[in-house]
Ligand binder design. Structure first.
Ligand code: PEP
Ligand code: MN
Length: 338
């Protein structure tokens, strides 16, 4: 249940509501950043008796939340969440562009890629230091050395770093460098990792699992929010279907559904969605028009020599042109992107 407070409710009123929730043996969550203050109740097995709250000072309304995901839903928070990534907003109506290689391979490769991403005007640089690979014989990332290189990128360019955290053991090391912790598709239901990422406050980019429904994605995000980390960005990266001509099936409808059912920002990743370099630009442009809060794409200084995902990495000139096009589309669509 959601307890909506009046706009003039005092902090003491809200605290009293939270205390009453705790007395009943439930958990109270103060919803941040909505027009009206509100408290969401979780850990209740059945419905919560409204009369326990409706006469309390500062309470405007008690609304039941019908979805299994509570804090993530628009029912709990009507206003879209803006995630602040060290001063750069995601979800405020602007277009967040995250560019970079699949993996950090060397200092030279990372610097060359970062140069192109900075030149494009994008504010976010991506690159994995810890790579969860399907094959144990594939390149697993440079690990700590990759993080050191990302720290250098961060110090030389005005770019926020998005990089994957593969497990709980390395979370602190990755968080020391990352501005956004990426939880990859393979880890979307790694509940220990979600709990650890929920207990800290760095923004998290949560990617949709390879065969996850949107409800499963929301439930995974709920782990993060229920532990107090509201800095969550969702990511559509394609799902497995019967189709084999593309790497995955890029689900653009997910962008629309996520924006409708959740207040969290959503990023589209057509690179992993389709898996073919020349097919990325049209899908990236479509995601902008469909209302994605941002787009993540892979670019590599020399795609043919990439140690992972080279077939979907755009060459720098293609990437630079795509960013121009996406920015133009975002401006043209500004009235409908909010
Ligand atoms: C990636 O972003 O490089 C990646 C491994 O993505 P995903 O988890 O979506 O496969
Ligand atoms: Mn990749």
């Amino acid at each position: 249940m959601l307890i909506v407070m009046t706009p003039t409710a005092t902090d003491d009123d809200i605290r009293a509501v939270c205390a009453r929730v705790a007395e009943l043996g439930f958990t109270a969550h103060r919803i941040p950043g909505d027009a009206q203050p509100a408290v969401c109740i979780t850990d209740n097995d059945g419905s919560v008796a409204e009369e326990k709250f409706c006469n309390m000072a500062g309470v405007a309304d008690c609304v039941s939340i019908t979805r299994p995901y509570k804090l993530v839903s628009r029912e709990a928070k009507a206003r879209s969440t803006i995630v602040d990534v060290d001063g750069v907003p995601v979800g405020d109506g602007s277009l967040a562009i995250i560019g970079g290689p699949c993996a950090i391979e060397s200092r030279e490769q990372a610097m060359a890629a970062a140069e192109v991403v900075a030149q494009s005007g994008a504010r976010f640089f991506r690159g994995g230091a810890f790579k969860p690979r399907t094959s144990p014989y594939s390149f697993q990332g440079l690990k700590q050395k990759g993080l050191d290189i990302l720290a250098e990128v961060r110090s030389q360019f005005d770019l926020r770093i998005v990089t994957e955290v593969k497990d709980v053991e390395t979370l602190n090391d990755v968080a020391a460098v990352a501005d956004v912790l990426q939880i990859g598709a393979r880890n979307m239901q790694n509940y220990s990792l979600l709990e650890a990422a929920g207990r800290q406050r760095k923004p998290v980019l949560l990617k949709r699992g390879i065969s996850a429904t949107l409800q499963e994605l929301f439930m995974s995000a709920e782990y993060l929010l229920s532990l107090g980390n509201y800095n969550v960005i969702l990511c559509e990266r394609g799902i497995r279907t019967f189709e084999t001509m593309t790497r995955n099936t890029f689900d653009l409808s997910a962008v629309v559904m996520i924006k409708h059912h959740s207040h969290l920002p959503v990023i589209a990743d057509p690179s992993h969605g389709v898996g073919i370099d020349w097919a990325v630009p049209p899908l990236a442009r479509a995601a902008v028009v469909a209302g994605a809060d941002g787009v993540m794409v892979e670019t590599h200084p020399q795609p043919d020599e990439a140690l992972s995902d080279g077939q979907q990495a755009m060459a720098p000139d293609v990437y630079l042109q795509l960013v121009e096009e996406m920015n133009a589309l975002a401006s043209a669509c500004a009235p409908v992107r909010r």
